[in-house]
Design a protein around this ligand. Structure first.
Ligand code: NAD
Length: 365
């Protein structure tokens, strides 16, 4: 009994629900972490090997992200055990079964994550109404298409620059990962005069000190190619993206890409964390103490969830983008100011901000 509660603390988790339906080979786990601010928002991931504890950690990071963004939502996460590349028909069958099983668990709002997309959410919508990330035809806001998270990363960058000794216009930017987050971030930053001098994807890195043509890179990705198919520039191994000198370095790919072993290779002044937990805690601290400013992940990359929460309330795309701009700018300012004034790490300031907002909600009768 004791063991089951080994990761519980004063915030949660509120509920852990295991769903098992042998007739369709469905095995899933839902963690609803904390609902003081409202029903939990957090995606459904299809993966073969996520432990309950990992699911809880993902749910907890949503609790902090949603609270920091001042959304009326707690955090949750759901994992369906299976191959994320299974046929859509099989996914639909599992998702329908899951939606029916959790029909009455009103503390959780279904949303997409790795292995699920808007078609999956449409299928859930057939069964229940507590779902976001829907196709436009069903009232959804296509957050990856409009670049919701990249839009937030742009605004976090602009505010962070108030604490740096250079401007966006003419600043050299390097982006690791050129998917939904990375390519939209590149687009928005280039539109404001930044020079994208290096980008990578899972196949490699392309570098050009004179600047890469972002439109050409976007066309390559649209055609299903890699950034290394870019006609000019220097082609390098994907990990070489860490070595490219720049003023702004943006991780937008995988967790833990910067750690104590490789952090010395970074030659940058500002890191804006587009990806989730891209830098280990030790490396983040050491870099900050060396004078590299960073905006923590759940402050910088909250655009996606702010967009999803806006969709849930029937907002338009324009209103969602405005909400992202306002919230990400305010939060970045609050966190960096607090870190400076109290001489603490930006991550500590970000966690404090989120906890304060959760505790205020808990204290309402
Ligand atoms: P995506 O799948 O659209 O793109 C990921 C990109 O990273 C791809 O270009 C892929 O080729 C590249 N990549 C994978 N492994 C790599 C490696 N080792 N080196 C370099 N590039 C690599 O994913 P996304 O939606 O852009 O998400 C990226 C990150 O941002 C993830 O950590 C995700 O959790 C986080 N995030 C995404 C959103 C969102 O709105 N999509 C919101 C918040 C956080």
């Amino acid at each position: 009994m004791e063991d089951m509660f080994r990761f519980a603390d004063e915030l949660g988790p509120f509920k852990i629900i295991h769903v098992y339906e042998p007739s369709v080979s469905l095995k899933a786990v839902l963690v609803v972490d904390n609902v003081a601010r409202g029903p939990a928002l957090g995606g459904i991931r299809i993966a073969p090997d996520v432990s309950v504890e990992e699911c809880f950690r993902l749910a907890r990071s949503m609790t902090l992200k949603n609270a920091a963004a001042d959304l009326p939502h707690g955090g949750g996460k759901m994992v369906i055990y299976g191959d994320p590349k299974m046929p859509q028909e099989k996914k639909n069958q599992l998702l329908r079964t899951l939606a029916c099983a959790l029909r009455n668990d009103e503390e959780y709002i279904f949303a997409p994550d790795m292995g699920t997309d808007e078609a999956c959410m449409a299928c859930i919508r057939d069964e229940i109404t507590r779902v976001v990330g829907l196709p436009c035809e069903l009232g959804g806001i296509p957050l990856d298409e409009i670049g919701a998270t990249g839009w937030g990363v742009l605004h976090a960058t602009e505010v962070a620059l108030q604490y740096c000794d250079f401007e966006l216009e003419g600043a050299r930017v390097v982006i690791q990962g050129f998917g939904a987050v990375g390519k939209n971030t590149a687009r928005f930053l280039a539109e404001r005069g930044a020079i994208i001098v290096g980008v990578s994807d899972s196949r490699g890195t392309v570098r050009s000190p004179e600047g890469l043509d972002v439109k050409a890179l976007l066309s390559l990705k649209k055609a299903g190619k890699s950034v290394i198919d870019y006609p000019d520039g220097e082609k390098l191994d994907r990990n070489a993206v860490i070595d490219i000198p720049c003023e702004i370095w943006i991780p937008a790919a995988r967790p833990d890409v910067i750690n104590e072993e490789n952090m010395g290779r970074l030659n940058t002044k500002l890191i804006v964390e587009g990806a989730n937990i891209p830098i280990t805690a030790g490396a983040e601290k050491a870099l900050y103490e060396k004078g590299v400013l960073y905006v923590p992940d759940f402050i910088a990359n909250a655009g996606g969830v702010i967009c999803a929460a806006s969709e849930y309330r029937g907002s338009t795309r324009c209103a969602a983008l405005e909400a992202i701009e306002e919230k990400v700018r305010n939060n970045t300012k609050t966190v960096l100011e607090d870190a400076k004034n109290r001489d603490i790490l930006p991550r500590e300031a970000a966690v404090d901000l989120a906890l304060k907002r959760i505790k205020r909600a808990v204290n309402y009768p």
